[in-house]
Structure formats: structure tokens, C-alpha cells
Design a protein around this ligand. Structure first.
Ligand code: LLP
Length: 459
């Protein structure tokens, strides 16, 4: 059975995997916020990322409102930081901020985008397991709301930079709670054997927290944990929250300092295939509020201000990638139940615009987007144009049997870690990001050109 069972022309686009503004018209073509994908392809070319602005804003609001409402009875506010690593552009940073979110950055480059967007420094956080001094200084100069300390050595490096710049640095300490959660080993980040954070169990977390308190140039805002990505079960978040709150209480007992904030990280999972469900923000917010309330009562400590850092859940489902079909090639494959035909459908992009299938074995679905196509399906594999057999966009999908060169093909849920992890492999220019809203298109990031690539080559 193919993974992505969306035949080209079911007409019923599963709302779990398509942005709210995507429809299929009577002529079989998709429209996004009222814009016909055939017009998009004609005017802007393919491949292209098509981002539904209203859908992005709605998801941002949903997270902010769900967490704010859940924690209100505990008497604390919640800051939602949009994790820019999922996808960041000037416009997107602005939208997030307009919807009441702050912006989480993990490098000087992401910080530069957030600042260019006009997001006030106070509403920006800076992460990174290996921050350069220049990044730290730039963050301090911008007056960022917080730097997240990721190693013991960084405590002194940030304090020294603060002394040099004459600004007190607000910091959180990122800890590893031992909770192992998420879709793939490479994206689960709070177990001990990886590069992020400081271990709670072994003592380095407490040691770093105490070191922060000893440096007058630093202001300890709180404790941070990010347990992984594409998490569909709230239990891991609850477990991590318990560990963070206990550590906060231990620090209080040991030093008399009660850290005012706790950051529960990002990682909220989304649906990639029809029939899958995203984690429900209201549900996870409610469960986390219950856990935080109960643990704080148990420990007799006041409830801290909470922050979270969703990236994928805000931007992932807002976007689909629009490709043009080129070569269509049936291949006979020896399956477990005997030989079958797999139709290789090659598109004009691939692993350079979506690395996730090659890197994580991630699964997607696809649909013919430009016409009424056959209700009969073939077992298809959507592949790219790169010189590599692992260049797969959709591993296994039931596509309309008459899929043909020149068709437009749409692959949903590519908003997170798509453009942001895109490369120029084989000197393929990276696609544009086109925002659609109320029947209008706006180019957020233009298509790269061969000249852009050659401009870097000094001959
Ligand atoms: N906060 C921190 C500290 C993080 O490291 C991350 C993601 C996030 C927030 C946002 O996580 P999200 O809500 O988007 O799951 N490239 C991988 C995902 C890597 C995630 C890295 N950190 C992928 O394509 O699945």
C-alpha cells in the first residue's frame, strides 16, 4: 500500500495536509488563496514553494491563544517564539511578530533576518550550540531578549562579551532532560548522547546555572529544554517539564534564586500524509498547564512564566511545493508479492528543495495540480532531477494513471525545513517562496539564478 494515498483527482484534499486556502476547482486545477497554480507556474516558474499567508497567521494565533488560555488559570503568561530555522524570511518574521509571537533564531544569519524585519531585539531569542563571539556581540548590541546558553564555556564567553559591550545579558540555560522524543534520531535532541544542552542528570546543568548566577553581567531568566522535533505525543513534553521544574526548585533551594521562566521548546508534530493527525495545540497546552500546575504545587514553588518555540507546526502545513512533471518512466520491480510496476515521475526539483526524504526517510504525498486527471491510479515514486538515486521527493504515492510530462504536481507540507534546508546541489538554483493571500501573489524570496551562483565563483 503506498504511503501517500491521495489519488490525483479525489477532489477531497485532506485538510490535515493542505493549507486552509487550497481548493480544487471544477477544472481539476488547484487554487491557493484564490490563485490558480497554473498562473503561478506561468508567471513564476517551477519549482516554487507556495505559502498561504492567512494559514500561517492562523496557525501562529492558534498556538499563542491555546497556550495563553491554558496557562491563564495558573496566573502566568506564555511567550510563543516562532522557531525561524523552520523557515525564515523578512515577511514571515514580520507576520509572526504581528500575530503576537516572538522570534527564535539559532545563528547570526537568522538574527539578521529578524532584525531586518523590524522585530525588536527584546522579542528575539538566540540559540546555537557553537555561537561565535561575533554572534554573541551582535545579539547583545541588538538587545535580544535572551541568549540560550548551550555549554559551560559559553557562560563566561557571554558574560565577557556583556562586559565588553556594557550590557547585562539575559540568559537561559538549555538542559537535556533525558527525554527521547521525535521522528528521527537526528531530530531528537534531549537524550544525553548528542551535542545540545547540559545534562540535568549528570550535574552539568546545575553547575552552569550556578556559574550564571556568579557572573553579575548575566541575568538568569530561566531554564530551557527542547526535546526533539515532529513529536506527536504530549507525554515527552510533560516529562521534560517535570524535570525542568524540579531543577528550578533545586536551584532555588541551593542558591535562593528562583528563575522566573521556563522554556518548554518546540517540536510539535504535524501530519504529512492523508489520514495522519497533527498534535493538537489545545490538547498539548492543556496537558502541559496541568502538569506545570501540579508539579509546582507539589514542589511549593510559584509557577514560572512559560515559553515555547514551535517552528514546523506554524509553517509546515502552510506551504506546498509546485513542480512540473518531466520524465515518466514505468519500472518493473520485484515486490514481496511478486513483480509490480512502479511509475517513476521525475520533477524539476528534488533533494535540493526538499532534503527531508533523503536525510530522514520522511514521507510526503503528491497530487496532479493542473487539470482533471484520471481517477485510476498507478503506484508512483516522485523523484527529482539530481544525479543521485536517493533523490526522492515522494517515496510511494497513488498518482493519477495518466500523469504526464507538463503536468503540475503539488507536494504539501513543505513549509518547514524545505527552503530552509535547500541546497544548490548540481548547481540547481533554489526555488522562490511565493506568498498567496486574497487572490494575490507576493514573492517573499525570489528564485535564484545561475548568475547568482556564478557570482560566488571567482574564476
Ligand atoms: N527550538 C529549538 C531549540 C530547536 O532546536 C528547534 C528545532 C525548534 C525550537 C523548532 O522545532 P520544531 O517546532 O520546528 O519541531 N530539520 C529537521 C528538524 C530539525 C529541528 C531542529 N531544531 C526536520 O526537517 O525534520
Amino acid at each position: 500500500m503506498p504511503d501517500g494515498v491521495a489519488p490525483g483527482q479525489a477532489g477531497d484534499l485532506d485538510p490535515q495536509v493542505w493549507a486552509s486556502g487550497v481548493r480544487r476547482g471544477p477544472d481539476g486545477a488547484l487554487t491557493a488563496a484564490g490563485v490558480d497554480v497554473r498562473d503561478l507556474a506561468r508567471e513564476h516558474g517551477t519549482p516554487a514553494y507556495v505559502l498561504d499567508e492567512a494559514d500561517f497567521r492562523a496557525r501562529a494565533r492558534t498556538y499563542r491563544e491555546a497556550f495563553t488560555a491554558a496557562f491563564a488559570p495558573l496566573g502566568v503568561g506564555v511567550d510563543v517564539y516562532y522557531a525561524g530555522k523552520a523557515f525564515l524570511s523578512v515577511a514571515v518574521a514580520r507576520w509572526a511578530h504581528e500575530e503576537g509571537l516572538r522570534v527564535d533564531t539559532s545563528t547570526g544569519g537568522e538574527l539578521a533576518v529578524a532584525l531586518r524585519a523590524g522585530v525588536p531585539g527584546a522579542d528575539i531569542g538566540l540559540h546555537g550550540n557553537n555561537k561565535a563571539d561575533a554572534e554573541i556581540e551582535r545579539a547583545l548590541a541588538a538587545g535580544v531578549g535572551r541568549l540560550i546558553v548551550d555549554s559551560r564555556g559559553e557562560v563566561d564567553r557571554i558574560a565577557d562579551a556583556a562586559a565588553r559591550t556594557g550590557r547585562r545579558a539575559p540568559v537561559m540555560v538549555r538542559v537535556t532532560t533525558g527525554v527521547h522524543a521525535g521522528g528521527h534520531e537526528y531530530i531528537s535532541t534531549a537524550h544525553e548522547d548528542q551535542k545540545f544542552g547540559l545534562s540535568v542528570a549528570g550535574g552539568p546543568a546545575m553547575e552552569a546555572l550556578r556559574a550564571v548566577l556568579e557572573r553579575p553581567e548575566l541575568e538568569l531568566l530561566g531554564i530551557h529544554s527542547h526535546i526533539g522535533s515532529q513529536i506527536l505525543d504530549a507525554a515527552g513534553f510533560e516529562e521534560a517539564a517535570r524535570t525542568l521544574l524540579r531543577l528550578r526548585a533545586d536551584l532555588h533551594a541551593a542558591t535562593g534564586y528562583l528563575a522566573p521562566e521556563v522554556d518548554l521548546g518546540g517540536g510539535y508534530g504535524v501530519a504529512y500524509l492523508p489520514g495522519e493527525s497533527a498534535i493538537d495545540p489545545g490538547d498539548v497546552a492543556g496537558r502541559l498547564a496541568t502538569t506545570v500546575g501540579a508539579v509546582c504545587a507539589e514542589l511549593s514553588t510559584p509557577v514560572p512564566r512559560i515559553s515555547i518555540e514551535p517552528g514546523r507546526a506554524i509553517v509546515g502545513p502552510t506551504t506546498f511545493t509546485l513542480y512540473t512533471v518531466g520524465t515518466v518512466k514505468p519500472v518493473t520491480v520485484d515486490g514481496d508479492d511478486g513483480p509490480f510496476t512502479r511509475t517513476y515521475v521525475a520533477v524539476d526539483g528534488g533533494m535540493s528543495d526538499n532534503l527531508r526524504p533523503a536525510l530522514y526517510g520522511a514521507h510526503y504525498t503528491a497530487t496532479v495540480a493542473s487539470r482533471v486527471a484520471s481517477p485510476e491510479t498507478v503506484r508512483a515514486r516522485v523523484v527529482g532531477k539530481h544525479c543521485e538515486s536517493g533523490d526522492i521527493v515522494v517515496h510511494d504515492v497513488a498518482l493519477s494513471a495518466d500523469v504526464a510530462p507538463g503536468d503540475l504536481l503539488a507536494v504539501p507540507v513543505t513549509g518547514a525545513y524545505g527552503r530552509s534546508m535547500a541546497s544548490n546541489y548540481n548547481h540547481v538554483p533554489r526555488p522562490p517562496v511565493l506568498a498567496v493571500r486574497d487572490g494575490a501573489v507576493r514573492v517573499l524570496v525570489r528564485r535564484e539564478t545561475e548568475d547568482d551562483l556564478l557570482a560566488l565563483d571567482l574564476g
